[in-house]
Design a protein around this ligand. Sequence first.
Ligand code: FE
Length: 331
Amino acid sequence: MRLIATLLAVVAVTPVFAADKLVVYTARNEQLIKPLFDAYTQETGTTVEFLTDKEAPLLARLEAEGKSTPADVLVTVDAGNLWLAAEKGLLAPLDSKSLTGNIPAHLRDPQNRWFGLSVRARTVIYNPAQMKPEQLTTYAALAEPEFKGKLCLRSSKKVYNQSLTAVMLAELGAEKTEAIVRGWVANLAADPFASDDEVIQAVAAGRCAVGIVNTYYFGRLKRAQPELSVELYWPNQAAGESGVHINVSGAGVTTHAKNPKTAQHFLEWLSAGKAQAMFASLNLEFPANAAVAADPEVAAWGAFRQDVINVNEAGRLQVEAVKLMDRAGWK
Ligand code: FE
């Protein structure tokens, strides 16, 4: 009995950051995030337990667990998912000068309930044997008749395309966006694919001349098959144009976190320095913190201007985007 009482006393006076434990729910694959947990543990002594799952089941689980959730932190991909988690009341607003200083305003929730930690560009790819970069300009231009039978897209069920469409809705309005999406559908060389990888392979195989994908899939495939006949193109770069459509993977502290201070500290740690570089380069993404340099392999794709509309718009207009894509026949 006395032994237990002593142990309890020791636990009670343990400082916040020592011998602490964090529980992270993550939609990132283990190999893309575990090295960061290990580095954090090494630096702070805090152990990180984690659960990985797909985005939707992870959110459903967090919601179902409510107050009894063991999760302190949610890490997920796409602003659409982060927005949804915040909408459902699953994430707590954070008051952190370090996070608002490190992460640009367009890459975080206006109410600071989630923060983008890496940037993924959803850009145009082309087969150099079939298309010259001089023929490319904007996402919208891919709806023009000259691209008839030349375009490959992923399914509209994927949140990445829903976010792309939602951001176009925010920037161009419903009428223009619907005309563009209808034009894309009319220009398809094949039925929409189940993955970005399949889109890249179809372009490389010459089944289509152009496609729209996230750059890290391109990076991974090119690493494995450097001979693939496919190149990146940065659209919407001319003055007055929006810039390349980007999205984030990011994180928030859960509303019912048992260790909210440590959880916030973990996010702050992820938003700076070596951790920030590591978070981005593990998946060939761009650091969200502009002061941190991109991985050389990623930097080699060349500089581009990104769209600085708040990625939160992707969530806010997601339902409208899905309806529009459906109306326009994007399967
Ligand atoms: Fe992905």
